[in-house]
Design a protein around this ligand. Sequence first.
Ligand code: ADP
Ligand code: ZN
Length: 651
Amino acid sequence: MTTTVPDAALEVLQRVFGYDAFRGDQARVVAHVVAGGDALVLMPTGAGKSLCYQVPSLVRGGTGVVVSPLIALMQDQVDALTALGVRAGFLNSTQDPDQRRAVEQAYLAGELDLLYLAPERLRVASTVRLLERGRIALFAIDEAHCVAQWGHDFRPDYLLLSELHERWPDVPRLALTATATPETHAEIAQRLDLGDALHVVASFDRPNIQYRIAPKDEPRKQLLQLLRDEHPGEAGIVYCLSRKSVEQTAAWLAAQGVAALPYHAGLDAPVRQRHQARFLREDGLVMVATIAFGMGIDKPDVRFVAHLDLPKSVEGYYQETGRAGRDGLPSTAWLAYGLADVVQQRKMIDESEGDLAHRRRLTQHLDAMLALCETVACRRVQLLAYFGQESEACGNCDTCLVPPETWDGTVAAQKVLSTVYRLDRERGQRFGAGQVVDVLLGKRTPKVAQSRHDELSVFGIGGELSEGEWRGVVRQLLAQGLLAVTGSYQVLALTEASRPVLAGEQQVRLRKDPVRSARTRSRSSSAPADLPPGAAPVFERLRAWRAAAASEQGVPAYVVFHDATLREIATTLPATTAELGRVSGIGEGKLARYGAGVLEVLAGAPPAATAGPAAAPAAAPAAAPAAAPAASPGPDPEEDWHEQEPPDEDG
Ligand code: ADP
Ligand code: ZN
C-alpha cells in the first residue's frame, strides 16, 4: 500500500525536524490525521510516535493538544520542541499563575503549535472553556494504554478522555501507546470510542535491543560485570522490586565507582526530581529504580536496562526494556532471574488483595513472564508472539546466540516432587525449597537433623546434580506449574499437574542453565571506539561541545543533538552550513542555533570557546550542573498520582 503524504507534511518533516523521510507507518498516520481522521497508533518505543502528532499539528493550523500523564517531563518535551523552533507550551500544577496565564494567552492568540496537558486538567471547567475559545488542530492522547484496565498502568483520569469526542466532534483524535497486547488494544478502542478510527499496529520488534535473561547467581556482581565489560560510562536503568533494594543497589554501585542514583516513590519529590533531571542531563549515569521511574523518559541514549528482580508481566517488562536504545543504536536488556523470584512472586499473588478474577489475571501475567524466562527458543519470537506478532529467530538474543541445551528432567522432577511430598506430610513444621535441596543432596544441616529428615528414604538421592542445578530444577517446576508455593512461609506443595509426573505418565523437559559469564558481546557498538578511524576524537570534541551548550541552556544534551547526529557529523565532516543542514536530525531551527558552533568545533577550535561565556568545563561532561530545577519548583500534588509500585518487600 502506498500512501501519499501531503507535500506540506513532508516539507515540515524536512525543514523543522531535519529528517528526509517518514519512517514505517508514520506516513500513513500523518496523511490520515492531516485529512481530519482519527487514529489509534500502537508502535514500540523509539518508533517515532511523537512525529505522528507533531507534524499534523504544524500542518493543520491551530494548536495540537497533547494529553500526557507525565507532567514531570513536560518541560523537557517543550524544551526539545523549542530547540526545533516549534512554539510549544504546557499547563500543569508545577506552574505559577503568571506562567500559566502566559501559556493561556499564547494559546488564545493562536501562537502555540503544541500544548501539553495532564488528563486531570480536563476535569477543570476553566480548562475546557479555555480550549473552547481557541482553535484545536488535533487531540493526541499519549500513553493511551492508561485507559485500559487490563493493562499494567491504569489511570482513572484517562476515562475522562472519552468526552473529547462529544465536545469536539470535528477535531481529529490520535491515541498512541507502546503497549499492545490484543486485549489492551481492544480496550483502548472501546473506551475512547475509536472503533472507526484508522488502527495502525506497527511491528513491535526492537532489533537493536539484545535480550538476555541470565540465571541469578550473585546478581550484583553479575550486574557490575555487565556494566564494566559492556557499558562502561554509559547511561542505563537498573530496575529492582523494592525501595530498599533500590537504595542498597545504588549505594553498592556507587561504592564500586559506578555513577549511580536511586529513584523510587518513597523519596521526597524534590530528590526524585533532581535525580531524574540529572539522569536526563548528564552523560553516563545509571538510575537504580523501582517501576515508578521511566514512563515517558525519552532519553535516546539509554544503553542498557537491567532487571535484578522478575517483572510481573511481559507487558511491563517490554515497556521497561523498551527504554533502552531509542536512538536505534545497539543496546542491552538484561534480566537476572532465579528460584527466589518465582517463589516470591507466586506468594505475592497468593497474598494480594482483590477477588479471584484479579488473582487469576496476575497469575496469567506471571506465567507468561516465566515462560519467557524459561524458553529455549528465541526470546524475541516469544515476546512478539505475546503481542500477537509472528517473527523469525532473531540472532540477537541470548538463546539465539548461545542456544540452551535441554535434557530429560523426568527423573530429577520425580525426585523433587517425592521429596516435597514427604516433607509436606510432616506435621507442624513447614519447609521451603532450601530444605528440599538439602535433603536431596544428603546434607545433614541442623535443620535437617532436627526434623529428622535424614531418616527419609529420599535423603541423599540427588547426588548427580549440584545445589545450583537442583535449584534450577525446582525453579523450572514452579514455572511450569508442576509445583506450587503455598502459605506465607514459601512452602512448596504438589499441584494437580504433579501427579502424572510422579506416576511416570508424563515426561518433563528441562533447560540446562548456561554457565555464568557466557558473554555475547564485548562492547556496545554505539561506543566512540566503533567509529571509523579519525572520527572518534571528533565525536568526543562534539560531545564536549554539546555538554557545554546543553548546560548553558539548562537542557539535556540530547535536546541539542542526538548521538546519532553527532556520529554522522563526525563521520561526514561537513564543511559548510549547507552541508551541515543535510545531516539527519538537523532542521532549520537547529542549524540556525548551533550550526556555527558545530562548524567551529570541526574547524578545530577549542570546544570551550564555542559555547559562550557561561560554558562549563568542556572536558568534563559528567560534571554538568546537577538538576537544573527549573522544571519542577516544588512538591507536586499530581506527582504521586502517576506512580504505582508494589508494596515494599524485603528482596
Ligand atoms: P516514541 O515516542 O515512539 O518512543 P520518538 O517519537 O521519541 O519515539 O522517536 C524516537 C526517535 O526517532 C527520536 O530520536 C526521533 O527524533 C527519531 N525519529 C522519529 N521519526 C523519524 C524519522 N522519520 N526519521 C528519522 N528519525 C526519526
Ligand atoms: Zn533471538
